[in-house]
Design a protein around this ligand. Structure first.
Ligand code: GDP
Length: 204
């Protein structure tokens, strides 16, 4: 998919105030510092559509971007950063969970995880939350440029094994990406494009 336009539309903390248009929507979420802003900028080929390297937790809003005039990319707040209180650390903000429960336009979520790290409970819990609420999602492994091919393969296998040993009967779809080396961009956009085409065919 070629990105012809990528426009910021609205930021808010209330799912009811998200755009009304019935366009397919994809939400990006993960721990702070996982590389979400960099990934969004890579996908859209914009240097600073999503802000990068801000103070963790600064972007505590639901941010809608309209892409090519016919789908929404949603940048959700990072979870699990160290500076929040203990209580909010493991609970996801209500407006974020509301978003997943109520947002009809949401087609699929992308849960970002740093490929260098062993599976973290907060990510696994968040995936369980999505699964329990029948929200389709893919895992996006980030920062693949930091590891060699063999370690990437091993870490992905460990992650999938952890999911299959847990609550998952089937491994979620996954992508391997690097924003600094432009890895995984085509695959991710092709995946979105494919779903979009289906969406528009069905809504005709
Ligand atoms: P966010 O908090 O999830 O939005 O993460 P950012 O996109 O701001 O990235 C956090 C840090 O990781 C920054 O220092 C980025 O330069 C770095 N980073 C993000 N993506 C990559 C990547 O693909 N490769 C490498 N090596 N560093 C990355």
């Amino acid at each position: 998919m070629k990105i012809k336009s990528a426009d910021f539309v609205i930021s808010n903390s209330d799912v009811a105030k998200c755009p009304n248009e019935p366009l397919p929507e994809y939400a990006f979420i993960g721990r702070s510092n996982v590389g979400k802003s960099s990934l969004i900028n890579m996908l859209t080929e914009r240097k600073s559509l999503a802000k990068t390297s801000g103070r963790p937790g600064k972007t505590q809003l639901i941010n809608h971007f309209k892409i090519n005039g016919n789908w929404f990319l949603v940048d959700l707040p990072g979870y699990g950063y160290a500076r929040v209180s203990k209580k909010s650390k493991k609970t996801f903000q209500k407006y974020v969970t509301d978003y997943f429960l109520k947002r009809k336009q949401l087609v699929s979520a992308f849960v970002l995880v740093d490929i260098r790290h062993a599976p973290q409970s907060i990510d696994l819990e968040f995936m369980e939350y999505l699964g329990a609420n029948a929200v389709p999602f893919s895992i996006v492994f980030t920062k693949a440029d930091k590891l060699n091919a063999k370690t990437i393969e091993k870490n992905v296998a460990v992650y999938i094994r952890e999911l299959l040993d847990g609550v998952w009967e089937e491994a979620p779809n996954h992508f391997i990406t690097s924003s600094s080396k432009n890895i995984g961009r085509e695959e991710l956009l092709a995946y979105i494009d494919n779903i979009n085409q289906q969406f528009f065919k069905e809504s005709q």
